[in-house]
Write a protein that binds this ligand. Structure first.
Ligand code: HEC
Length: 226
C-alpha cells in the first residue's frame, strides 16, 4: 500500500470514529425523559401571531373581546339584508318573498346544497323518501315536495321551515345563509313547476347579472314592513 493511500485511509478512519463518538455522545444525552423545550424558532414573528387571535383577550376593547360583532346597522359585503321574519308568524311566512333571481350556476348550486342538507330526508327525487327516512331510523315522514300538500307551498313558508325548522325537522339557519336558502328553494320550486306545480318564477333571464337597484329598494321597503 502506498504511503499516500495509507495516510488517506487513516484520515477517513479518524473522521468516521469522530462521528461515531459524537453520535454516541448525543445518544447518551437522551435520557428518555420527555423534552419540553420546543427548541429554536425560525422567524418567531411568523410562528407566533403578532395580531390578536380570534377568541383571545384583547385589551384594546372595553369588553376585552377580540372577536367583534358587525357594526350595528351594517350588512357585510356580498350578504343579503336581514329578513325580519319572526318565528310563528305564519301569515307573514306566506307572503314573504325575495328579490333574488337565479341563473343556471346558482340553480346548480341550489341543487348541490339541497343534496348536502336536505336530500338525506327529503330524497334525491324530492319525494320525501330520503335514505335516512327509508332506513327507518327517522320516524317522521319528511315533506314530499311532489305531494298536493306541498306542490304549491308558498316559497316564504319553505323559507321559514329552513330558517326555524318544522317539528321533527331542525333549523338550517346556521348552515345556509339567506341567499343559499333561496337557492335551495329555487331548486325545489323549479322541480315542482316541472311536476305540476305553479310556473317557476325565481329564475333569471339568461346572462342577467342581478336584479336592478329599484327592485332591491322595493324589496327593502317590502320586508321592512314586516
Ligand atoms: C332530518 C330530516 C330532515 C332534513 C335534513 C330536512 N328536513 Fe325538511 N322536513 C322534515 C320533516 C320530518 C318534515 C315534516 C315536518 C312536519 O310537517 O311535521 C319536513 C318539512 C319540510 C317542509 C315543509 C314545511 C311546512 O311548513 O310544512 C319544507 C319546505 C322542508 N322540510 C324543507 C327542507 C329543506 C329545504 C331542507 C334542507 C335545507 C330540509 N327540509 C331538511 C325532515 C327534514
Amino acid at each position: 500500500m502506498n504511503k499516500e493511500l495509507n495516510y488517506f485511509m487513516n484520515k477517513t478512519k479518524g473522521i468516521v470514529i469522530a462521528f461515531l463518538a459524537v453520535g454516541l455522545g448525543l445518544a447518551a444525552c437522551n435520557t428518555g425523559a420527555k423534552r419540553r423545550n420546543p427548541g429554536k424558532t425560525y422567524a418567531p414573528d411568523m410562528t407566533y401571531s403578532q395580531a390578536y387571535d380570534a377568541y383571545t383577550h384583547n385589551p384594546n376593547f372595553a369588553d376585552g373581546e377580540t372577536s367583534r360583532l358587525p357594526v350595528e346597522g351594517t350588512v357585510a359585503m356580498g350578504h343579503e339584508l336581514p329578513d325580519h321574519l319572526v318565528e310563528g308568524d305564519t301569515n307573514a311566512y306566506k307572503t314573504f318573498t325575495t328579490h333574488l333571481r337565479f341563473n343556471e350556476a346558482e340553480m346548480a348550486e341550489g341543487e348541490r346544497l339541497y343534496n348536502i342538507y336536505c336530500g338525506i330526508c327529503h330524497g334525491g327525487k324530492l319525494d320525501g323518501q330520503g335514505p335516512l327516512y327509508v332506513s327507518g331510523k327517522f320516524a317522521a315522514m319528511p315533506a314530499n315536495f311532489k305531494d298536493g300538500k306541498y306542490i304549491n307551498m308558498p316559497s316564504g313558508t319553505m323559507y321559514a321551515a329552513i330558517k326555524f325548522g318544522k317539528n321533527a325537522m331542525g333549523s338550517y339557519a346556521s348552515q345556509l345563509d339567506i341567499k343559499q336558502r333561496w337557492m335551495v328553494i329555487a331548486y325545489i320550486k323549479k322541480f315542482q313547476a316541472e311536476n305540476g306545480g305553479a310556473p317557476f318564477t325565481l329564475g333569471a333571464a339568461a346572462n342577467e347579472v342581478a336584479t336592478t337597484d329599484a327592485e332591491v329598494a322595493a324589496e327593502v321597503t317590502h320586508t321592512d314592513t314586516h
